[in-house]
Design a protein around this ligand. Structure first.
Ligand code: UD1
Length: 423
């Protein structure tokens, strides 16, 4: 298995291009299943999760061509030739459940394995299933699979009241509702930029949707959808991650394609910590000149709150802050698996349930550490960039699920980082 070796090397200076959002692309790709016309996604990121979704869609009969080195995905589903999403693919990635709504909406039946994904808590899919049931789906859970049918072959519009916010369940309901008979109202919908991006793409395909980006989305089902070309929105998590590189190491980095509206709550915390963020014509410029950052408290929340997917990286920053910070994780239980690894690097962290108390130290020290999930792995790289000596991060296959060319992007700003290929 590959390892990444990082040596703390002082301030970082330069520019980093931000890719299209993994999480947006993973929900846009299954939209191909809603139509027999071509769907083209531009600004796609080159990641192993995208390859997994490609494989899943191909297994269902879709054609997926990766063009321009993977930056453009040309998808076409003239018909769905296989309605079963197999465990062997689905277990690799939780977002695979997003093929359920579209298959059911288009053909009235689907069988999808219950998903796996990052080991950050129980992560059930009950809200996805309840939303589809509200739309008339009949579901049978057996042998690890959801067997779903729409009576009469078509879902019906419904009022869906989510008890709490779920990004994936909102996406599945939104995808399915575009072809349902009648009107669907999704209450307590997720407001993430990836939902807005999905709604915009679906509208380009002919869907009738209002209210995306608010807590209530209304969809008027149509008989059929057509093709579209859609650019994937910038990845706000990749953006936030690279914004933290100069914050933690010092220096000045411009994140090309970054937008403040994607990372508002995160920027407020950077500001409170003493890190400067300015909007430029090409993106966001982040700089920290001298001295340590200040401690800040962080609570993860659904958008527009502080994203859970930046919590591990923010913790890496706060490990070297002046003072004590409390991080509260409200989205996922068990999402502090990076803390014991940061401890190995000399951090002072105490975890109590959903809270982590971080007392900043002057300097972290390099150590061998292990990536436990996607965002944890990049937090260890950030910590390594700010540490004295060498940090060896193993199990970096997690990293490749969500960050393209991470070594090149950081090296271009002066970081000492290299990948050692494993067997
Ligand atoms: C998406 C993102 C993920 C991010 C998360 C929260 C993708 C591919 N992944 O994941 O990177 O960390 O949003 O911003 O877009 N839940 C249930 N039942 C359900 C669904 C969710 O109990 O049916 C719970 C989850 O366990 C979690 C919370 O709801 O505690 C929020 O999860 P959700 O917003 O659904 O996350 P995902 O869509 O899986």
């Amino acid at each position: 298995m590959d390892q990444i070796i990082v040596r703390g090397n002082g301030p970082l200076n330069g520019e980093i291009p931000i890719a299209g959002a993994k999480n947006a692309c993973l929900t846009l790709m299954p939209a191909t299943l809603l139509t027999d016309a071509p769907l083209t996604l531009t600004n796609a990121p080159r990641l192993s999760d995208i390859a997994t979704m490609t494989q899943l869609l191909q297994s269902l009969g879709s054609e997926v061509a990766s063009l321009q080195g993977g930056k453009v995905l040309a998808l076409s589903s003239a018909q769905i030739s296989n309605h079963t999403a197999d465990y062997d693919i689905v277990r690799k990635m939780r977002a695979s459940i997003l093929v359920l709504g579209p298959m059911l909406a288009r053909d009235g039946h689907a069988v999808v394995s219950l998903p796996g994904g990052c080991a950050i808590g129980a992560r059930p899919v009950d809200l996805h299933l309840k939303a589809l049931e509200a739309m008339g789906a009949e579901l049978d859970l057996r042998d690890g699979y959801v067997h779903a049918k729409a009576p009469g072959g078509r879902l019906k519009g419904a009022v869906i009241n989510f008890p709490f916010v779920s990004v994936g369940a909102t996406e599945n309901a939104l995808l399915a509702a575009t072809l349902a008979k009648g009107t669907t109202v999704i209450n307590n919908a997720a407001r993430e930029p990836e939902i807005v991006d999905l709604a915009q793409c679906l509208r380009r395909m002919g869907a009738q949707i209002e209210g995306e980006g608010t807590s209530t989305i209304t969809i008027q089902g149509v008989q059929a959808l057509g093709g579209a070309t859609h650019p994937v929105v910038a990845d706000r998590i990749e953006l936030g991650t690279y914004m933290l590189a100069p914050a933690i190491c010092g220096g000045e980095v411009e994140c090309l394609g970054g937008r403040i509206d994607l990372v508002g709550a995160f920027c407020e915390k950077l500001d409170a910590a003493g890190v400067s963020v300015t909007e430029t014509a090409r993106g966001l410029k982040v700089s920290r000149k001298n001295g340590r950052v200040k401690a800040v408290d962080v609570v993860t929340e659904p958008f527009p709150g502080f994203p859970t997917d930046l919590q591990a990286q923010m913790m890496a920053l706060l490990c070297t802050a002046d003072g004590t910070s409390v991080l509260e994780e409200k989205i996922f239980e068990n999402r502090f698996m990076h803390a014991p690894e940061l401890l190995r690097m000399g951090a002072k962290i105490e975890v109590h349930g959903g809270h982590a108390t971080v007392t900043g130290v002057e300097k972290l020290r390099g150590a061998p550490v292990m990536a436990t999930d996607l965002r944890a792995s990049v937090s260890l790289i950030l910590a390594g960039l700010a540490a004295e000596g060498e940090t060896v991060v193993s199990r970096v296959y997690h990293l490749d699920r969500g960050y393209e060319h991470v070594e090149e992007k950081l090296r271009a700003c002066g970081a000492q980082i290299e990948r050692v290929k494993g067997a």
